[in-house]
Design a binder for this molecule. Structure first.
Ligand code: ATP
Ligand code: MG
Length: 424
């Protein structure tokens, strides 16, 4: 999510229509993305672009080959307008501190290797070179067809995330502010063929002669494949609705065995030093903490809220909170209502503590526009909606419920969560 530039580009929606699958062509203009192509060289020729790995509001990210150290790296090419440049320099500052404090690279945060500026037709782009990582947790969730990845895998990922968060919070004083499945990457790719090392990929060192292969727009065949995949997913989910339990049998469980679940936190474009907060509104909608919505300030505990949302999503394949604009009420108010339906009423003291409290709450601490809430606590949701066994539901609830406390100061820290029996 881009606090400087409105809400995040990725619209997380159950309807495939709402999702932006690529960065489009709009952003490729002066001040915007750099149109890289495979074979393009950067930093005086040292890094050679191979293929595009991903994109965000701020940048496109490329697999690149580092000719100096004979290794593959990720090259994040920031948009060139001044604010984006500043954001990238800020990200470099934070990631440098991260790297400095973690000489063995064991704290589950992406490693910054280098940075430089690249001048192209659209302007001057700050570029970050980081270690090459695999698929995001979002891709992992989708790979398993949004059915949840199994609790032992959830625990393993939670452990990595908590090690990273404990390091950021306690040792560095950094709040990430945009934790979500897209911003957590597995250390290896799910599909070994996509890993340049495991697949024995020969690096491209020159631009292919006469090739149409474009970096600006996704190549035709790739786009076709994605459209086909999207239609297939739409078909599957229709079937799931109509056939219920039978569909579960038809869709063979995808095997996640053998996939390494070590993961790292990425995207420090919006991260901040806890004592130098800039943005009032942080986080991507579904992972946003209540204190951010009501405008009562935030701290490390806002990251913990997002962490709990991610853990739920890994376990069930569904968003914990998916607020919508509904008739007469805003997404914010719907979001607060969803929270209270799952977690109970927000304490009045908290509800009234924000700069926007009066927009949503009356003086009794009830929502102004959404009157009748249907309380459906987390453990019941897990059993009744996601078919968890009682002990599984209880275990996950015991772990998550304290992190989802409306009072930020009551939430356990990452270090405290690491000691929770559910993880051992
Ligand atoms: P946002 O709009 O979320 O702020 P951004 O422009 O700051 O995005 P990132 O989130 O850092 O960019 O990266 C965009 C995408 O690029 C990621 O979601 C991921 O798919 C891919 N990516 C980023 N870093 C790496 C890496 N080290 N290895 C592999 N892929 C990466
Ligand atoms: Mg991102």
């Amino acid at each position: 999510m881009a606090s400087l530039f409105g809400n995040g580009g990725y619209v997380y929606s159950s309807e495939s229509e709402g999702e932006e699958e690529d960065e489009g062509t709009e952003g490729y203009r002066k001040g915007g993305y750099h149109a890289a192509r495979p074979g393009d060289r950067f930093a005086g020729g040292r890094f050679v672009a191979q293929r595009k790995l991903g994109w965000g509001n701020f940048s496109t990210v490329w697999l690149a080959y580092d000719t100096l150290h004979s290794r593959f790296v990720a090259l994040k090419i920031q948009k060139s307008a001044r604010d984006y440049g500043h954001a990238a320099l800020h990200e470099i500052e934070l990631l440098s501190a991260v790297a400095q404090g973690d000489p063995t690279n064991s704290k589950c945060i992406v490693r910054l290797l280098d940075h430089f500026k690249h001048v192209g037709p659209n302007g001057q782009h700050v570029c970050l070179v980081t270690e090459f990582l695999g698929d995001s947790l979002l891709q992992l969730i989708r790979y398993n067809r949004n059915k949840g990845i199994g609790l032992s895998r959830v625990k393993e990922i939670c452990r990595s995330l908590l090690v990273g968060l404990d390091y950021l919070h306690r040792e560095l004083g950094i709040i990430h502010t945009d934790l979500k499945p897209e911003n957590v990457l597995l250390v290896s790719t799910i599909n070994p063929a996509k890993d340049p090392v495991r697949s024995g990929f020969t690096p491209i060192l020159d631009r292919p002669v006469g090739s149409q292969y474009g970096g600006t727009v996704i190549s035709f065949s790739e786009k076709m494949l994605r459209m086909r995949a999207r239609r297939a997913v739409a078909r599957i989910s229709q079937r799931r609705v109509s056939l219920g339990g039978i569909a579960a049998e038809v869709e063979k469980e995808r095997n996640l065995d053998g996939i390494s679940l070590k993961c790292k936190i990425v995207d420090f474009g919006n991260a901040c030093w806890a004592d130098q907060q800039l943005a009032g509104e942080i986080q991507t909608r579904q992972y946003r903490a209540p204190e951010v919505i009501i405008g009562s300030g935030y701290s490390y505990s806002a990251d913990m809220w997002s962490f709990a949302c991610i853990a739920f999503e890994l376990a069930t394949g569904d968003l914990l909170f998916a607020p919508k604009n509904c008739q007469g009420c805003s997404e914010d108010e719907d979001h607060l209502a969803l929270m209270m339906e799952t977690l109970g009423k927000m304490p009045r003291k908290i509800a009234s503590s924000g700069t926007r409290s009066k927009d949503y709450f009356d003086r009794h601490g009830d929502l102004k526009r959404i009157r009748r809430l249907k309380f459906w606590p987390l453990d019941c949701v897990l059993v009744e909606r996601y078919n968890f066994t009682e002990p599984d539901a209880q275990g996950l609830t015991d772990f998550l419920r304290p992190i989802l406390d409306f009072t930020p100061e009551n939430r356990p820290s990452a270090a405290q969560c690491l000691k929770h029996p559910w993880l051992s």
